[in-house]
Structures are given as structure tokens and as C-alpha cells.
Design a protein around this ligand. Structure first.
Ligand code: FCB
Length: 457
């Protein structure tokens, strides 16, 4: 098998505003649902917050220089909604936009292509107080916000992503409650999913109206690589159910203009879906230039052996049982299995021929520690990345149109409900001093990016 990536393949790293910026109360930024969630007892490990995070808001310049040293061709970041439109309504904050203008200018000056995500989970708290994603109004507010950012940065950002992983926003935020805003209401979660879909469609439409014709639009999904534990029809049915809730609830309307019939039937005991108005699915199916796939690990399911009540992120599927696949795990306890990435890339190539794909997140957390000399060696991360990039090469060889790969993450950062306990960075961050130390994986990745070739170490 070839070990060489095609010319022009984008090599990048990804981050998200709340996970790295800090400066939570500066320059007019108001609280997001994550600021509130972090202050609610027992929600986030160790009571950690994103107040300071990796202080990227003040270290932007240093961080861009680091990316340039590592030879990155692209940087995927997100804009903090409460920083650029503090109440979630009305005019943009000039100071908020200035930060992103400066960041983008810095990137361009270093020949690094900016890839901008509008929403990576930090809903302005005022919009949650007014109903949050279960309320239709939030989708309309998102379209306004998209237009404001599009007008401000459209002259210098060429690749735009509306939402990051709407599954997490809807189902971890409103069904299992392990993410902000921490609600546990299955019907609210399904409403949220629809309004996120609508936000994507209306946001894409708003961007199209203000961006230059050359700008490219995308969305990023954590499409589930869901497997049945056995080929038993009952287990295959569990797989179908979870695939509908994990993936097709988004790809149905976004890519094909309709919700899947089996999803509507599976969830009929929870909602009538009357919140889907005439014309919504047409609006959601806005033409896209690329689909972003985030992949970490596969999900293995089977039919119930018992019923386990309690909040779960799978409305109407309490009866499905989730299993840990055998084999190696990361510090998140997630299985290391690159075949899931291959499966997703080939699945979407077959499902939507002609739609370019980007791996917008892939990476692993390990318990990295500096050695006596201060160097951070992370051979397990190199092995993880190597195996997953090999899967991308296999998908390319089998006809998948994959245009780029973004390592999660540039820096160790605030890992949501896990606080600072999980390190995903290719650059180690000492949170006491904010010193950045590239791990050995960063040097390895820089070489892969420079040569376009996979080498074992
Ligand atoms: C993804 C998120 C990202 C990060 C990684 C580990 O689900 O998009 O912010 O937390 O997981």
C-alpha cells in the first residue's frame, strides 16, 4: 500500500474556543452554557472551568508561531458566540471580532489556512435561559450570528463549518445531561437535534448570502461507527437504532432532505415531531462543499439483556446495550480501532458521491508527563495517529475523496466534563506556567505533514 498522501492534502490541527481561550470575562464576553455548567457542583471533574484554559486569548501569537514551526498547513478553530455577540442577539461586539480578525491575519501571515467553526458548544447563557436548543428561536438566532461572523471574516476565511458535533449538543446536553446545559429530557433532546439541524441550514444560507462565491461551507459530525456485537437480527436492529440516533438524524435532513422513517418510528413514544415545520427539511439540506468527520472510537451494541433505566443519550433506545470492544484503550477508555474511520470515510463516499470529506478531528488522550529533562515522549499517540492515518490512506486508495486531516488537538486543553485531567494535545501544556512543549508526536506529525509520507516513528 502507498504511504504517500496526495499533493494538496491539508495537514492541520484543531481546537475549540472554550477549551483553549480562557479570558472568560474579558472584552465584553458573557457566560456561555459551559461557564454555567462548570460552576454547577459535581458537573465537571475537579470543579475545573474554562476561565483560564490554555490562555490562548493572550497567547494567540505564540500559538500561531508554534503551528508554523510544526509546519501545519491549516488550523481549525471555533469562534466563541458569547464573545462576538454577547447576549446571543443584536449587534456584534467589535472587540470580540477583533480577536478573531487578528488570529486569522496571523495565520494567513504564516501561510496557515484558517478553518472556522461557528459553534463548538458554547451557547450564550441568555439563549439557554430563553429555551436553548429545544426552542426554535435559537436556530434563528444562530443564523443572525452566522451572518455577523460571515460579514466580518468572509474576506479572509475560505472554509467555514456551521456546527461541531450536533449529536453532543443535543444528546449529551439535553438527554444524558453530562454536557452543558445538563438537562435530562428525551423530548427536549430530539427538539434540540432538529433545531440544530435547522440552525445549520439557516446558518449556511446566511453565510452564502454574505461570503464570496469561492468560500466553502461544511458541517462536522461525529458520525457513529456503530457495530452490532453479533450478526443476530436483534443485535443488527440495535445497531440500526443507534445509527439512526447517532448519524442519520443529522445526515438524513442535511444530505438527503428528510428524517429517516425508522427514526421517526423508533421515537414515536417520545415525540410526534410536530416541531418540524413545513419547509424545514428543505432549508436544512443546504448544498455543502465538504463534510467534516470526527472520529475517535467505534461503538459496539447489542440487543437488551436487561433494561437499564436512567438518563441515557439515546432517547427511546434504553434497551440497547453498549459494549467495550476488546483491545487497546486510550486514557479516555476509548478503544483504539482505526477500521471505524475507514468505514465512515467509505460509507459517506458511497452515500454522497462527489462530496469531499475532511477528517476534522482525530486523536487520543494519554497520561503524558515530562521526563527529567522536560521532554514529553508519547509513543502511544504516535502509534494511534499512524494507524488512523493508514486508515485514511486505505480509504483514499478505495476511492474516498478525503481532502485533509486535523489532529485533535494542537494543545492539551479543557476536556469538557473531564476538566484538565485528559491530555489530547500534540503540544504539552503546563497549566501552572502555561509553558508549551511539543511532544514527540508533534515532531512526528510535522514530518508527516512536511513530506506527505507516513513513517513509523
Ligand atoms: C470531540 C469534541 C472535542 C474534543 C474531543 C476529544 O467530541 O469535538 O471538542 O473534546 O471530542
Amino acid at each position: 500500500m502507498t504511504v504517500t498522501f496526495p499533493p494538496g492534502f491539508l495537514w492541520g490541527a484543531a481546537t475549540a474556543a472554550y477549551q483553549i481561550e480562557g479570558a472568560a470575562r474579558e472584552d465584553g464576553r458573557t457566560p456561555s452554557i459551559w461557564d454555567t455548567f462548570c460552576r454547577t457542583p459535581s458537573r465537571v471533574l475537579g470543579g475545573d472551568t474554562g476561565d483560564t484554559a490554555t490562555d490562548h486569548y493572550h497567547r494567540r501569537h505564540e500559538d500561531v508561531r508554534l503551528m508554523a514551526e510544526l509546519g501545519l498547513g491549516a488550523y481549525r478553530f471555533s469562534v466563541s458566540w458569547p464573545r462576538v455577540q454577547p447576549t446571543g442577539r443584536g449587534p456584534a461586539s467589535r472587540r470580540g471580532l477583533d480577536f478573531y480578525r487578528a488570529l486569522v491575519d496571523d495565520l494567513l501571515a504564516h501561510d496557515i489556512r484558517p478553518v472556522l467553526t461557528l459553534y463548538h458548544w458554547d451557547l450564550p447563557q441568555e439563549l439557554e435561559d430563553a429555551g436553548g436548543w429545544p426552542a426554535r428561536e435559537t436556530a434563528l438566532r444562530f443564523a443572525d450570528y452566522a451572518r455577523l461572523v460571515g460579514e466580518a471574516l468572509g474576506d479572509r476565511v475560505g472554509l467555514w463549518t456551521t456546527l461541531n458535533e450536533p449529536w453532543c449538543s443535543a444528546f449529551l446536553g439535553y438527554a444524558s445531561g453530562v454536557h452543558a446545559p445538563g438537562r435530562t429530557d428525551d423530548e427536549a433532546a430530539l427538539r434540540a437535534a432538529h433545531h440544530l439541524n435547522l440552525a445549520h441550514g439557516l446558518g449556511a444560507q446566511a453565510l452564502r448570502a454574505v461570503l464570496p462565491a469561492t468560500a466553502q461551507l461544511s458541517v462536522t459530525l461525529n458520525a457513529g461507527a456503530v457495530r452490532a456485537r453479533t450478526p443476530d437480527p436483534a443485535d443488527l436492529d440495535a445497531q440500526r437504532r443507534v445509527d439512526a440516533l447517532a448519524t442519520r438524524i443529522f445526515t438524513g435532513p442535511m444530505l438527503h432532505g428528510a428524517y429517516p422513517a425508522d427514526l421517526l418510528a423508533d421515537t414515536a413514544g417520545i415525540t410526534t415531531w410536530s416541531f418540524v415545520h413545513d419547509g424545514d427539511t428543505d432549508a436544512i439540506k443546504h448544498p455543502l462543499d465538504a463534510l467534516g468527520i470526527n472520529y475517535y472510537a467505534p461503538t459496539v451494541v447489542s440487543a437488551p439483556t436487561d433494561n437499564r433505566p436512567g438518563p441515557s443519550p439515546w432517547p427511546g433506545s434504553h434497551a440497547v446495550v453498549f459494549h467495550q470492544p476488546p483491545g487497546k484503550r486510550t486514557a479516555m477508555d476509548w478503544a483504539v480501532d482505526p477500521t471505524g474511520l475507514y468505514d465512515l470515510l467509505t460509507r459517506f463516499t458511497a452515500e454522497v458521491p462527489g462530496l469531499p470529506l475532511l477528517v476534522t478531528e482525530n486523536g487520543a488522550a494519554y497520561d503524558d508527563k515530562p521526563d527529567a529533562d522536560g521532554a514529553v515522549h508519547d509513543p502511544e499517540r504516535i502509534a494511534y495517529l499512524h494507524a488512523h492515518l493508514e486508515a485514511v490512506l486505505r480509504a483514499l486508495a478505495d476511492g474516498a475523496d478525503v481532502r485533509g486531516y486535523f489532529l485533535w488537538s494542537l494543545l492539551d486543553n479543557f476536556e469538557w466534563a473531564y476538566g484538565y485531567s485528559k491530555r489530547f494535545g500534540m503540544v504539552y501544556v503546563d497549566y501552572a506556567t502555561q509553558a508549551r512543549t511539543p511532544k514527540s508526536s508533534a515532531r512526528w506529525y510535522a514530518r508527516v505533514a512536511r513530506t506527505g509520507r507516513l513513517t513509523p516513528s
